[in-house]
Design a protein around this ligand. Structure first.
Ligand code: DGL
Length: 258
């Protein structure tokens, strides 16, 4: 492996760009190849087998591009496929992302907080999440909120649409004034922080992007694969919806002010 080789990053669509942004902030000299599987989004309503098969196909593509590490920038694909992908490709680090239960639980030292965990059906029902939640149940209360269709709405790029407003109002209104923070357990959701606040008021958000970026830093350093030549890194965008409009949408999300 050579430090100049890129890091592959993938998601079911454009959600993983929220993770990519943090990866670029923490590791500004790395080259990244982003792949969004927007043609097959959402993953959250699919079976484990289907999510694994799609993730394997993307992993093969990224390996054909000679990446030195892969970041699964999708909570759903991490829960369903990370273990199998690591077993299939022991030669490179494969990192994932999980709902930021731990940072939320550790956030308040003395009092116990109540947190809403917004995520896909697949993420919230898999063993991996249930174990994570159990580990921190004495530190904080977590309320799981499955949000079917929300990633799809974000995929359209119309974040301030009437449909989005109606969806968030219906889902979140019962929790207004009753919770201390929101765990954004799907990588699409950091893009609608403003819209969530419009319903919930000034809540605190937690997501796993920073933890994943730090883990990538440590893994690359461990292998001696950190790109440290002083040259700013590059970012390439690819999508299974291979149109200029889709790539333009990805780029808009990459630079969007949050
Ligand atoms: N962005 C993905 C995640 O973090 C899920 C969206 C989907 O359902 O495809 O879970």
């Amino acid at each position: 492996m050579d430090a100049k080789q890129a890091v592959g990053v993938f998601d079911s669509g454009l959600g993983g760009i929220s993770v990519l942004r943090e990866l670029c902030r923490v590791l500004p000299q790395e080259n990244f190849i982003y792949y969004g599987d927007s043609a097959n989004a959402p993953y959250g309503d699919k079976t484990n087998e289907a999510i694994l098969a799609l993730s394997e196909r993307i992993t093969d593509y990224l390996l054909s591009r000679n990446v030195k590490a892969i970041v699964i920038a999708c909570n759903t694909a991490t829960s369903a496929a990370a273990e199998a992908l690591r077993a299939e490709h022991p030669e490179i680090p494969i990192l994932g992302i999980e709902p930021a239960i731990k940072p939320a639980a550790m956030h308040r030292e003395s009092e116990e907080g109540r947190y809403l965990v917004m995520a896909t059906n697949a993420t919230l029902h898999l063993q991996k999440f249930l174990k994570l939640e159990k580990r921190f149940e004495d530190k904080a209360e977590f309320i799981s909120l499955v949000c079917p269709g929300l990633a799809d709405l974000i995929e359209t790029g119309r974040l301030d649409s009437p449909e989005m407003k109606a969806y968030l109002k219906e889902k979140l209104s019962p929790f207004v004034g009753k919770i201390d923070g929101v765990v954004l357990g799907c990588t699409h959701y950091p893009f609608i922080q403003k819209q969530i606040r419009e319903v919930m008021g000034p809540v605190e958000f937690f997501d796993g992007a920073h933890g994943t970026a730090m883990q990538l830093f440590r893994r690359l350093r461990e292998h001696g694969w950190l790109k440290e030549d002083g040259i700013p890194g590059t970012v390439e965008f690819h999508s299974s919806i291979d149109t200029p409009e889709e790539i333009a949408l990805y780029k808009r999300f990459f630079t969007m002010k949050l």
